[in-house]
Design a protein around this ligand. Structure first.
Ligand code: DCT
Ligand code: MG
Length: 504
């Protein structure tokens, strides 16, 4: 564990730039009436000030670019109270005594909390001479402990550093497209750290002491802090290769290998591929193209829960004591996902093996199975858990496309009858023996980064091997049993993380 001190907000080195703060930035709804912020440029710098003002607008604060009588809160960075007061006096405003004169720490906490936080004495820039202690490392809000392992970080879906994490993930994806695994992992780990932070990064000092943020990553963050955007990311997203790979891999059944092949063959659009007689598509890819529009439109939480219910109704008629669990991103609380992941087991040993095929037959007879690719179990009890952090598991499973009837609004008007009454949804089914269910559940709940770090932690910190089938203790040479995810966290000596805290 490393201790990280929130920065005392030193000014950043800046290229001098002329930036005007146009009111267009404030086209956000004002959520907090009665609070009007003004950020003092002195010792903050133009571009940093602009960045922070934009951030505050996005969070629903009213921000003034000029000091007016309407301003209620003046925020300063690296200025003492008397300095700010002197500056305000020079502005000859009528109501200067009504301002709250606040340190940037108050602002930062507000941005982190997503709304105004109560003003504490530590936030005030004292007009008396004792303005030294506006940073107190003893205060909990000034300290964060950050582990290098995602399985030791509570990461919810609230990502207040999205401006950075989106950029880092695009770069990671580009490295993946270029088959540079190491760089890809580096950028994903960095993004995961920022997703965890309970405060928005507003200065490079905020990153001090955080693990896994290497030089390349920091320079990306620095550029975004200075300019609000990153030229490397823009180059990548405008790049031919990235655009083509992104498009090709959006087709169900198309992985990196196929994307690479098509790219080398000179294709750049999906139309070119569909119209080319020489390209041999796999069955999966044919269906991927057939239902492309539906699949690319992603799955909503409502749709995922509807699929879950549909599946449960069928499975429970077949095997009343079967356990059917909606897992993947939706178990972590996500609102949208690219597919629905469903895990099925049965407490009666061996009974689970009968479920998948019978269930798929019923779906097919109901006209709801548009496509399925079933893989039989290749699990071998004699083998130790895989050492690879990204290893695939050996469960019986089926990658399917289901036809989900659209929830009818019952209006019966023309629009209803003309539009398609169903949507094609990607659903993965995984069947597990009950003694492996907890491991499968933990593995299939994700996120991918959480899973990677959990395995890395098991290997490096505990001399254990973890995969979706089991946990092996190399010191004692035994498999450790688990009925629940809590049992597995316990074996690993980790505090339990709820699924919604695994959004690393
Ligand atoms: N997983 C795994 N092995 C695989 C595929 C996935 O262990 N071969 C785990 C990691 C996450 C989880 O299963 C679900 O995978 P996805 O559906 O790819 O991810 P998700 O978190 O559900 O996100 P999405 O919204 O994109 O479906
Ligand atoms: Mg999923």
């Amino acid at each position: 564990m490393e201790m990280v001190r929130r920065s005392p907000m030193l000014p950043m080195k800046k290229k001098k730039k002329i930036l005007d703060f146009s009111p267009a930035f404030c086209n956000y709804e004002v959520k907090y009436k009665g609070i009007v912020l003004y950020l003092l440029e002195r010792r903050m710098g133009t571009s940093r000030r602009r960045f922070l003002m934009e951030l505050a607008c996005k969070r629903g604060f009213q921000v003034e670019s000029e000091l007016r009588d309407s301003v209620t809160h003046v925020v300063a960075e690296n200025n003492s109270g008397p300095e700010v007061l002197e500056w305000l006096e020079s502005k000859k405003l009528s109501n200067k005594i009504q301002f709250q004169i606040l340190d940037i720490s108050w602002f930062t906490e507000c941005m982190g909390a997503g709304g105004p936080v109560e003003i504490q004495s530590r936030h005030l820039l004292r007009v008396q001479k004792d303005c030294s202690a506006n940073f107190n490392p003893q205060l909990p809000s000034s300290c964060v402990r950050v582990s290098q392992y995602a399985c030791q970080r509570h990461t919810t879906l609230q990502d207040i550093n999205r401006v950075f994490t989106d950029a880092l993930e695009i770069l990671a994806e580009n490295f993946e497209f270029c088959e540079n695994k190491e760089q890809c992992a580096k950028f994903l780990r960095a993004s995961s750290i920022l997703k965890y932070l309970p405060f928005p990064v507003v200065t490079m000092n905020d990153l001090e002491g955080l693990p896994l943020l290497e030089k390349e990553v920091k320079s990306i963050i620095e550029e975004i802090l200075e300019d609000g955007k990153c030229s490397t990311v823009q180059e990548v997203t405008n790049g031919e290769r990235y655009k083509a790979f992104k498009l090709f891999t959006s087709v169900f059944g198309v992985g990196l290998k196929t994307a690479e092949k098509w790219y080398r063959m000179g294709f750049r659009t999906l139309e070119e591929i569909k119209n080319n007689q020489d390209i041999k598509l796999t069955k999966m890819q044919k269906f991927g193209f057939l239902y492309y529009d539906d699949i690319v439109s992603l799955v909503s939480k409502t749709e995922a829960y509807a699929v879950d219910k549909l599946v449960k109704d069928i499975v429970w008629k077949l095997v009343p004591d079967a356990v059917v669990t909606l897992t993947g991103g939706f178990r972590r609380g996500k609102e949208i996902g690219h597919d629905v992941d469903i895990l099925i087991t049965c407490p009666r040993k061996g009974k689970e093996k009968t479920i998948l095929n019978s269930m798929l037959t019923i779906l097919k007879n109901q006209g709801l199975l548009l496509y399925s690719d079933t893989i039989e179990s290749t699990f071998n009890e004699a083998k130790l858990p895989s050492r690879k952090v990204d290893a695939l598991d050996h469960f019986q499973k089926s990658f399917t496309i289901l036809k989900l009837p659209k929830i009818s609004m019952g209006t019966g008007n023309r629009e209803d009858t003309e539009s398609k009454s169903w949507k094609a949804i990607r659903v993965d089914f995984v069947i597990t023996p009950s003694e492996q269910y907890a491991f499968a559940l933990l593995g299939w709940t994700g996120s991918r980064q959480f899973e990677r770090d959990l395995r890395r932690y098991a290997t490096h910190e505990k001399k254990m091997m973890l995969d979706n089938h089991g946990l092996y203790d190399k010191t004692k040479n035994v498999f450790l049993k688990a009925n629940t995810e809590e049992d597995i966290f316990g074996h690993l000596g980790l505090d339990y993380l709820e699924p919604w805290e695994r959004n690393a």
